[in-house]
Each structure stands twice: as structure tokens, then as C-alpha cells.
Design a protein around this ligand. Structure first.
Ligand SMILES: [Zn+2]
Length: 1194
């Protein structure tokens, strides 16, 4: 909102620029006339020419000189600015002493205004400057001595003092003033070069634009043109320079095109390779900060950088100014020094001022346009409002507006309104009509300072909004486990109950792992729904609080979505969702609820603490992500990618697992020494031994990251989520007494140890016992498991589940295990790339009883610890009731009618085949080449050939390296893609199909539908790609898109994706798969791709693997089928994801366990959560955790 201070600043600035320029111009014209000799009136050009020598002597710089003496021979006074007029007046117009003094005053005020750190003025200063201006103005007017002009000027000054300010004009005026400042400098100086004056002005300009941008209405955006960053090489020979620049250009272009470079000889030169890596690093680092390098050209080396937002643009300029940009590029410099062997080489980076000003111009004009558009939108929204008249009042000052607001609030208008009402009734000849009035303040400072309008336009446009809300039509289904539970023995039921309790308590940790506001929202919802039933609340909301039934339903859907995702970000896709009703309405329900009546202070405080973020769709809050890319609570909000990498380096060096950690950076950005806290999840909060880790792991460590000159401090602490972890450990302790066998007892013992102390080695041991516990009736797993939601991909999200065996499905999967070795031989890689001995995983189909965490997958393959998977095995779990419930009656989009019919008939059986193959033979197949700490290889380095190069294998995992640590950010999706490809590839085998009971024609149909489903999923995946950040938000969906790209690339019209007009008249998409070409075209394409995935994985070849994967992941619009524009259609036609209601178990007085079931509806889902945590004990724990974290996320 505009402050009176900004207004004062803007008014003074406008008066000075508009009034001052007009006045000095007129004065110059008069003096030129007065000074003409011989009775002949000089033109301004003649006059300038006569004094050319004096003017040029002042060395004003090329730009100003060109304005005075343009090639055309005629100067245009419209192009002169205040300074230029003042200069001419002072230097060659022979001014009197008083005139000189008055000119100096003008310039002094101007400079003062330029140097303010904030575009704001106190009344006192304003008055002082304004009086000075007035005196100068009066002096000039007296000298000019023209009555009409004087009148004109006075009117102008008057209107600038009282009329509403146009932001558009202010912005332009301020901008022009600053623009004139750079004419004397060729480049923008860096700090410390002594040009403090210019720097100060630049800073003020950046601040000004920054402040203005922050006041743009949300949803508004500005595209920034590219700006050139020049890199010069100094202190080396011309040849060296050429070589360096040639290579830098090449590497940058590689980074831009993300292409695979075939240049093998580069790799033999390690030093040059490092330069390439450092270039990529810079590219990626810039990318994360919203700076996209789009073109690289040599002049020196010119990088054209396109920033994604005004903010990132300003930040880059600030970085340039403070020298941080040099630091960000220093990696390349260091790498070049090593490569060229010459310590003197220096990279100098420059941004040219002309270009900078051009970009600024463009931004300013776009900002102005935005402002105008916003005004238009506001007017339109107002006019189609239901039966209402909108009166827009503009006020020149905030205080006047406040007066009116006050009067309105004290009902001084009621009288007048009544009069208007009776007049209207008479005029329109109606008896019953009543006017109600409502005042809404638009705090839209950008368009007009101090305006009152009828609509608060804070929400983004509807089209955007639908992506971030859950539709009321979202299906809620019951995750039915009643039959399976009934078949359990009493002891099994007790075991299931206690582990379920552990899973539910542990699942609450996800609140803390998702967003800063999630714990608070949970408290709000729990308290509200605990105090009264959904029905009671509904009656209250729809009768007394003015909500429509749809609006109340939107609250229920929001709450259900929140519980189902354990936070306000979708577990599938990681984008935020907000309630689909106005904030005021939600607030009315919170404040009118029984919970608020019984504890008003608490509820109001909670609402105040969460409501803003609950509704905010600020850019950084729309998705989960690191730094500028989004929201995360795995890292304190001051961390970026570099912090994540440094921490990873530390964790790797200490051999400390990241799974149960979060990272907090302890110092303010850019100042003081950096300190990090690596916080482990555990019951215990004090330092002490960490089982399975060397002594002294907990505590402080000095660590110097690679390429750093000074060490940073890492404090390894524990006790994250302590009180929740205590509940988990206690529940598991109780489960121990009901365990079915010794493996389960030992497994629980290790888990408890892990959760108490924070030791991941203990959790690994627990997982080892878990694998050995084959075919249990009640299956469980619990801990920090999947790393999808850590933006860096290594920190695990808590999850815990209890599932019960389903007999007949397990039989089919059992048969698949029996045939595994035979089926694996069909995979498209040599035997040497397969595990030495296939470790038969336990593969069962289960019905989920309890799933605590952010979302429920249809199948899981755990543990994720690679050394255990490799050497001891893993288990596959297919969650049958999730599969069937989730696939019921979904509307099928993007297929032809004939395809739709077959698809609907066979999707469940074909998906069953795919899940089985994906989990068992997908994740279970393939070997990693590894060298242990004694130098021993797990493969024959002499005989194994690289399938792609035909040569020997030259890379592998070294001791301490794992798949996840090597492939970090792409590891999950790459591996999912490999597993999906295995499913597609092996489902073509009649043996595999027979196991699932599909033979002959039926089998062909299953294959067709499975492939068709994959292709369709690849298209639907676009929902989980975010063009703004160019990031994928869901590992499996990214994988399916990659597969679609591979199949499209195979050509021969195997797959067609066409844009069509839908039956409803709106754009639609039709996907077709030519089933006659699956074997001839599809199979070799998937086979080749799958083999490459495996080989790069096996050989730890991140470079080639990631390059290939990223190339297929890239979503662009540059050629057919134009995925970015298809994405819009996919979004417009997307089906809401189903939500699941789960049962509760409880311990009865007689020691037996009962199962509670709930209605498959939002109300049922909410009730299940109220019953799960029926009193406020757990609220207090969550609140404590929430408060503890708050300082890190401000
Ligand atoms: Zn998978």
C-alpha cells in the first residue's frame, strides 16, 4: 500500500521533473533570444554551435553530446532533461549570481531525491525541499516574465500537489531522471571503484523499481527481455584468450542445449573437463536464481541472460553491484587457472549501461501496462456483480480517504443512503427495494495512490486458481480393509493396531516436513471439527454465517485434502492447494465455530497465524522447492542449492545419512561465518553416542568444502520431532509383545533404537530383519523412507503403514517370483549387467489398513538403502485396495471411443500386470558396478564390455558412493522410468502374461491397453510439469513423459498426439497407438532406451545418463506436438485425484481390537481424523514443534 511518505516523494519528484524541466526549458529559450546579437534571433542550434567548444570541453559523454549536436543538425528540446537545461543555463547563458544559485538549488534537490535509500519522504523534508523549489520557480518565472506562462506553470504545480497521482507517470518521470545519470559512464561500476555517487543512484533506482514491483497485484507478471553479461579474459596472451573463449562458448552452448557432447578427447584432459563442469554449475546456479542464459556469443564472451522475473533481474543487478556475481562466476575462473596453468588469468564481468537502461525501460513500460490492465480488470469485475452499483471514489491523499472510511464506518452515510433509496423507489415505482452499502478499500497503490474501489482484487485469475484448489466434485473413497482385517487372529489384530498407532503419530511429522503453515492449519482444523460435528457446523455456516452449501463443501474438501496429504501441498505433484471460497467466508466459519466460542483467543490467534499463507499463492509458495524455486521445510528458508550441496559434501564425508535430517543455516545471508545445523529426528535431544556411527558424530565439526578457502561449521544435533518420535517408539514397544516371530521382534527393537537415538544404521538393521520376515500376514514398514519431496532428493519423508495379506492376488505375484530368473534373461542387456544371483524378493499383494504420511502409493519397493537392496534384497508390496479403489469410474479422457471401451474394461487387469513387473523385475533387476574400499570390484573389469561404446567399462561406484548420492536430483525419476520400461518391455512376453492369466487374444488386448495407458499417462503427466520453473514435480509422471517422448521419437506413427476440437467445442487431444507396430517399432525403441538407462546406471555414469534423461524430460513448445500448449488442455480437462478415508482401530477394555469404519465422504474423512486424535494432547506437541521452527521460515 502506498504510504503518505511515498506519495510525498512522488509528488516532489514529479513537480521537480515536470515543472522544473518545463521552466528551465522556457528560460533557456528566452536567454537564447536575449543573447542574440545584431538584432537577428539565433536558433537554438546556432547558439549551441557558437558555444560548441565550451560544451565539448565539459566532456559530457557521447550521449549528451549527440543530443546537443545530432547528426541531423537540429537538436530536439524534447529530448533534453532537466540537467541539460540547467547545464546550458549555467555554462553558456551568462546567468546572474542569483540565477546560478537557484539552478544549483534545483540540482541539489534533484540529487537529494536520487540518493534516498527509500522512495519516501518525511513531512519535514518534503516541506523544506518544496519551499526551496517554490522559491526557485518564482525566481525563474520572474526572470521569464510572461504572464500566460506563469499562469500555466502555477496550474501545473497546483495540480501536481493535489490531483491523484498517476503511477504510470511517476514511474516514467523517475525513470527518466535516473536514465540521464548514466550518460557519462560506459559501464555500471562495481562497488569499491570509487564512484559512490553513481552507485548510490543506481541502488535507488533498483530499490524504487523493486518497491513498485512488490506492489503489483498478485498474479501480475512481467516478461523481462534478455540482458547481456560480458565476460572478458585478462592477463593472458591473445591465443590463450581465444582458446579460453572458444571453449567457454562451447560449454555454455552445451549447457543451453543440454546436448550430449561426443567430444571424447575433452574427457581425457581432466582440467578442461573441470572447466566444462564449472560452466554447467554456473548455468545451473543461474537457472535456480531465475536467470536463464539463452544465448552465448563471442565478442569478449557475451552471455545473454533472460530473467524470469523482475525480482530475479534486480537481484542479478544487485549481485553485479555488490560483486557477488563475480563470486558466482569464480568457479569458472578457478577452473581456467588450473587448466591453463597460469595463475594470473582473470575473468572480468561487465554489464553495459546502455543495455541495462534499455531493459529497465522495457520493464518500466511493461509495469505501466500491467497497472493499466489491472485497472481494467477491476472495472469489469465490478460491473458484472449481482444487482449492484459500484461507486468508485478517488482521493488525492490517504488521509482524505481515511476520513471518508471513518465516516462510513460510523454510519454517517446511512442517512443519505436512506434518502437515495426512497427517491429511487419513487422513480422506479417499486415498493420493496432496499439498498445495502458496502465499502471495500482497494489497496492498489500501483494504479492510484489512495483509491477506493468496490472489489478487492487480491486473488489470481480464475483460470490459475483452478490449478491450486480442489474441486468440490473430488471423489472420496473408502480404503476398505474390513474383510482382510476380520480374518486376522487377535494377536495379529493387536500387532496391527499398535503399529498403526506408530504410523499415525509418525505421519504427523509430515506436517512439519511440508510447509511452515501446515502444523498450524492442522491445529485449526482439529480444534474446529473436534468441538462440533460437520452437520452442526454446516447448519451454522449456511443459516447464520451466510455461506452457500457449495462454499461450506469447499471447506470440507479443503480439510479432507489437507488430511489426506498431511499438509497443504499435494503429495502427488507437490503444488499448493488453497480453499475454494473467499477468505472472509472461511474466517466467518472459524470465528463462528463452537471451538472459537469456547476458546476465542486460541482460535483467533491460530487463524491470524495461518490465514495469510493458507491462501497465499505467491510465486515462491506455489510449489515445493528449494530457494527461489519454492517452499520447503527440509531447509531453513535462507538455504539455496549451494547450501544443499555443501551439506551433502559434509554428510558424504562423515558418512552420515541424510534420510532423517533437516538442514538449518544459522547466519544471516551474506554476513558472518556460515554455520549449519544438521538436525536428526529422534526422541533424545542431547548429544551422545549415535549407534552405528563413529564417536563424536553429534556435536560441532569444522568442514572445508571443495574449492573453499575457509571452513564452515556444522553442528550435528538431534531431537527433531522428539515428542512425536516418542509416541512412535512407545507404540512400537507395545507392538513387540504381539509380534508374530523373532524377526519382527528384532526388527522392532532396531527401529525403536533408531527412532530413539536418530541412528540410520539402526534403521538399516531393522530393515534387514524386515526383509528376512518373508510373507507375514500383517506387513508393515515405518521410518523416513521416500526422498521425493526433499528438493535435493536425499531427505526422507516419514511414512508408516500396516497392510494385511490378500490371498488370491499374492498367488499371482508369487508365480512371477518363481519365474523371475527366466524373465530377467529377456531384458535387453547382457548377463554381466544383471545381479550375480537374483535375490528373490518377497512380493505380495496387500490391503492397506493404515497408511500414515503424505499419500498412498499403489505399490512400493523397499527398503531404499542401496547396499541392502544390492546384497540382501528387498520387498515389493502391491497395495491391492489402493489400486482398485483408485481406478474405479474415472472418466477417461483423450482416447477414441473404441479405445475408451477397451480401456475401461481392461485397465485394472493390465495395470496389475504393469505393477507386478515394475515392482518385482523393474526395481529388482540390474546390477551396479562397484569397487569396495579395498579396491575389489564386483564385476570383471577385463571382460565386461560397455554396451554403448563397445570398449571396457571405465566408471563405477566407488566406496561410499550410492545410486542416490551420484544421481541425486534425477535418481528417483530415472529409476522409476527404468522400472516402467521393464514393465512395458516384459509384458510383451507371453510367459509373463500367462502368469497373470492372460493368454492369446486377451493377452494382446492387455498389452495394448498397458502401452496405451503408458502413452496416455505420459500426456497426463504434463500436469506435473511447471513451465515457470521448468521443473517436474512428480517422479513417476516425469518418467512416463520421458517414455512418451521415446515412443514418439521411434516414429512410423506408432504414437500420435493430435490437437482436436472436443465434443464440448473446447480444445481436446486425441492419442492413438498403432497396435500393429508395438512389436516392430515400439519394442526396439523401448529396448534400446532401457538398455542405456541400465548401462549408465550400472556404470555410475551421471554425465551421460543425466544428459539423456534431461533431454527427454525437457518440455518445450518449439516443435510438434507442442507440449506446452497441450499442457493447457490437459489442465483444463484433468480429473481430480481421489482421496481415501481410512479406518481406525482401537483397543477395547477387554484387550480386543475393534475396527471403526467411516462414510466415504469428506465428512467421513474428517470424522476419522477427529477420532484418531480425539483430545488436545497431540495438539500441544504439534504446536511446540511449529513454534520451534518458526524463526527459520520467516
Ligand atoms: Zn517404482
Amino acid at each position: 500500500m502506498s504510504t503518505p511518505g511515498t506519495q510525498r516523494y512522488s509528488r516532489l519528484m514529479l513537480t521537480l521533473i515536470k515543472g522544473g524541466t518545463k521552466l528551465t526549458r522556457r528560460f533557456v529559450e528566452k536567454r537564447v533570444k536575449d543573447l542574440s546579437e545584431n538584432g537577428e534571433e539565433d536558433t537554438i542550434d546556432d547558439f549551441l554551435l557558437k558555444n560548441k567548444y565550451v560544451i565539448l570541453q565539459q566532456k559530457l559523454g557521447k550521449n549528451k553530446e549527440n543530443v546537443f549536436f545530432p547528426r541531423s543538425g537540429h537538436t530536439n528540446l524534447d529530448n533534453w532533461d532537466l540537467c541539460m537545461f540547467c547545464f546550458i543555463l549555467e555554462e553558456i547563458c551568462d546567468p546572474s549570481q542569483t540565477t546560478k544559485m537557484r539552478i544549483k538549488k534545483l540540482l541539489k534537490i534533484r540529487n537529494k531525491l536520487c540518493h534516498l535509500h527509500d522512495p519516501t519522504l518525511e513531512t519535514e523534508k518534503f516541506d523544506e525541499y518544496f519551499d526551496d523549489l517554490k522559491v526557485s520557480f518564482e525566481w525563474f518565472l520572474k526572470e521569464i516574465n510572461d504572464e500566460m506562462f506563469t499562469e500555466e506553470m502555477n496550474e501545473l504545480v497546483q495540480s501536481l500537489a493535489t490531483d491523484p497521482l498517476s503511477m504510470d507517470e511517476t514511474l516514467k518521470a523517475i525513470h527518466n531522471m535516473y536514465r540521464s545519470e548514466w550518460t557519462q559512464r560506459e559501464v555500471l561500476e562495481k562497488i569499491g571503484s570509487g564512484q559512490d555517487l553513481t552507485n548510490g543512484k543506481l541502488d535507488t533506482l533498483i530499490e524504487t523499481v523493486g518497491v513498485l514491483v512488490s506492489r503489483l497485484p498478485s498474479g501480475a507478471s512481467v516478461t523481462i527481455p534478455g540482458i547481456g553479461l560480458v565476460i572478458e579474459v585478462e592477463n593472458c596472451s591473445a591465443e590463450e584468450e581465444k582458446e579460453i573463449l572458444d571453449n567457454l562458448e562451447k560449454f555454455f552452448n552445451e549447457a543451453i542445449e543440454q546436448k550430449i557432447s561426443g567430444a571424447e578427447e575433452d574427457l581425457t584432459n581432466g582440467a578442461l573437463h573441470t572447466v566444462r563442469e564449472s560452466v554447467k554449475e554456473v548455468f545451473r546456479n543461474f537457472f535456480m536464481r531465475g536467470r536463464h542464459i539463452i544465448i552465448v556469443k563471442q565478442r569478449c564472451l557475451l552471455l545473454t541472460i533472460k530473467c524470469t522475473s523482475v525480482k530475479s533481474f534486480l537481484e542479478m543487478i544487485r549481485d553485479y553491484r555488490t560483486g557477488d556475481l563475480s563470486i558466482q562466476l569464480s568457479g569458472i575462473e578457478t577452473a581456467i587457472k588450473n587448466w591453463q596453468g597460469c595463475g594470473n588469468i582473470q575473468l572480468v564481468n561487465l554489464i553495459f549501461k546502455e543495455e541495462f537502461m534499455e531493459v529497465m525501460d522495457d520493464i518500466v513500460s511493461k509495469l505501466c501496462k500491467q497497472v493499466k490492465q489491472t485497472e481494467d480488470t477491476v472495472v469489469q469485475t465490478g460491473s458484472n456483480a449481482e444487482n449492484s452499483i459500484r461507486v468508485t471514489l478517488k482521493f488525492p491523499t490517504v488521509s482524505e480517504r481515511e476520513t471518508v472510511q471513518n465516516r462510513f464506518e460510523t454510519e454517517m452515510f446511512v442517512d443519505k443512503m436512506n434518502r437515495i433509496q426512497s427517491e429511487l423507489c419513487g422513480m422506479l415505482n417499486v415498493e420493496r427495494m432496499s439498498l445495502t452499502d458496502k465499502l471495500v478499500v482497494i489497496e492498489d497503490a500501483v494504479s492510484n495512490f489512495g483509491t477506493v474501489k468496490k472489489k478487492k482484487c487480491l486473488q489470481p485469475k480464475m483460470a490459475d486458481l483452478s490449478q491450486y484448489t480442489l474441486p468440490n466434485s473430488t471423489d472420496v473413497c473408502l480404503l476398505d480393509c474390513m474383510t482382510a482385517f476380520k480374518n486376522l487372529t487377535d494377536q495379529e489384530k493387536r500387532y496391527a493396531h499398535h503399529v498403526s498407532q506408530a504410523a499415525w503419530y509418525g505421519g504427523l511429522i509430515v506436517l512439519v516436513q511440508t510447509s511452515p503453515e501446515s502444523p498450524g492449519i492442522f491445529l485449526l482444523l482439529q480444534k474446529m471439527f473436534r468441538a462440533q460435528s460437520v452437520d452442526e457446523l454446516k447448519t451454522l455456516a449456511t443459516t447464520e454465517l451466510g455461506l452457500s452449501p457449495e462454499e461450506f463443501d469447499a471447506i470440507l474438501i479443503y480439510a479432507s485434502g489437507f488430511y489426506a496429504n498431511m499438509g497443504n501441498y499435494k503429495s502427488f505433484g507437490d503444488s499448493k492447494f488453497i480453499p475454494n471460497l473467499p477468505k472472509e467466508k472461511f474466517e466467518a466459519v472459524v470465528l463462528g465455530s463452537a471451538a472459537c466460542k469456547s476458546d476465542p483467543d486460541k482460535m483467533k490467534a491460530l487463524w491470524n497465524a495461518v490465514s495469510e499463507r493458507l491462501y497465499s499463492l505467491e510465486n515462491r509458495q506455489r510449489e515445493l522447492g528449494l530457494g527461489e524455486k519454492g517452499t520447503t521445510t527440509y531447509f531453513s528458508s535462507n538455504c539455496d542449492l549451494q547450501d544443499a550441496e555443501v551439506a551433502q559434501e559434509f554428510l558424504t564425508a562423515k558418512n552420515l545419512s541424510a534420510y532423517n535430517t533437516r538442514l538449518f543455516k544459522k547466519c544471516a545471508q551474506g554476513s558472518g561465518p556460515v554455520e549449519y545445523e544438521v538436525r536428526l529426528a529422534s526422541v533424545e535431544t542431547e548429544n551422545g553416542p549415535l549407534p552405528g556411527c563413529p564417536d563424536g558424530m553429534l556435536g560441532s565439526h569444522q568442514f572445508t568444502p571443495k574449492g573453499w578457502s575457509t571452513p564452515v561449521t556444522f553442528h550435528v544435533t538431534r531431537g527433531d520431532y522428539s515428542k512425536l518420535m516418542a509416541h512412535v517408539a512407545q507404540a512400537l514397544e507395545k507392538a513387540k509383545s504381539a509380534a508374530a516371530n523373532d524377526n519382527e521382534v528384532k526388527m522392532l527393537r532396531e527401529y525403536i533404537k533408531s527412532f530413539k537415538t536418530g541412528s540410520i544404521p539402526a534403521h538399516k538393521d531393522g530393515s534387514r530383519y524386515w526383509i528376512r520376515n518373508t510373507g507375514p500376514v500383517v506387513e508393515t514398514y515405518i521410518g523416513f523412507i521416500e526422498s521425493y519431496r526433499d528438493p535435493f532428493g536425499v531427505r526422507g519423508e516419514f511414512e508408516g503403514f500396516v497392510a494385511v495379506v490378500s490371498k488370491e492376488m499374492s498367488a499371482k505375484f508369487g508365480a512371477l517370483v518363481e519365474n523371475a530368473e527366466h524373465l530377467l534373461a529377456k531384458l535387453p542387456w547382457p548377463q554381466s549387467y544383471e545381479k550375480d544371483k537374483f535375490l528373490r524378493p518377497d512380493f505380495t499383494s496387500l490391503e492397506v489398513l493404515t497408511f500414515g504420511g503424505s499419500g498412498i502409493p499403489a505399490g512400493i519397493n523397499i527398503p531404499n538403502y542401496n547396499e541392502i537392496r544390492q546384497d540382501e534384497g528387498f520387498k515389493n508390496v502391491s497395495l491391492g485396495n489402493v489400486l482398485t479403489a483408485g481406478y474405479k469410474d474415472t472418466k477417461v479422457t483423450f482416447l477414441s471411443d473404441a479405445d475408451k471401451e477397451l480401456y475401461t474394461k481392461l485397465k485394472i487387469p493390465s495395470f496389475e500386470v504393469q505393477v507386478g513387473l515394475h515392482e518385482l523385475l523393474g526395481h529388482g533387476s540390474g546390477k551396479l558396478f562397484h569397487q569396495d574400499e579395498n579396491g575389489k570390484f564386483n564385476f570383471d573389469i577385463n571382460s565386461v564390455t560397455h554396451t554403448e561404446t563397445g570398449g571396457k567399462v571405465t566408471s563405477w561406484y566407488k566406496s561410499g558412493e550410492t545410486w542416490d548420492s551420484k544421481f541425486s536430483t534425477v535418481a528417483s525419476t530415472y529409476e522409476e522410468c527404468r522400472a516402467e520400461c521393464v514393465g512395458l518391455y516384459l509384458c510383451l512376453s507371453t510367459d509373463a502374461l500367462r502368469i497373470f492369466g492372460h493368454e492369446d487374444d486377451d493377452g494382446d488386448d492387455i498389452v495394448y491397453i498397458n502401452w496405451l495407458n503408458m502413452v496416455r499417462a505420459g500426456l497426463l503427466a504434463l500436469e506435473f510439469y511447471f513451465p515457470e520453473t521448468r521443473a517436474w514435480r512428480q517422479a513417476h509422471m516425469n518418467a512416463r513423459f520421458v517414455i512418451l517422448r521415446v515412443l514418439l521419437e521411434a516414429g512410423e506413427d506408432l504414437v500420435k498426439v493430435e490437437k482436436i476440437k472436443g465434443e464440448d467445442g473446447n480444445p481436446d487431444i486425441r492419442i492413438t497407438l498403432d497396435r500393429s507396430k508395438i512389436i516392430s517399432v515400439g519394442k526396439p525403441a523401448i529396448g534400446d532406451f532401457l538398455r542405456k538407462l541400465q548401462v549408465y546406471k550400472a556404470t555410475a555414469d551421471v554425465k551421460n545418463g543425466k544428459e539423456m534423461y534431461d533431454r527427454y524430460s525437457d518440455v518445450h513448445d518449439s516443435d510438434e506436438p507442442h507440449f506446452i500448449s497441450l499442457r493447457e488442455i490437459v489442465l483444463a480437462r484433468k480429473q481430480p485425484r481421489k482421496m481415501f478415508v481410512q479406518h481406525n482401530t482401537s483397543l477395547c477394555g477387554d484387550g480386543s481390537i475393534s475396527l471403526e469404519s467411516y462414510e466415504a465422504s469428506p465428512a467421513g474423512l474428517i470424522k476419522s481424523w477427529v477420532d484418531r486424535f480425539p483430545n488436545s494432547d497431540v495438539d500441544n506437541i504439534i504446536e511446540e514443534l511449529w513454534n520451534k521452527d518458526k524463526p527459520y521460515f520467516e
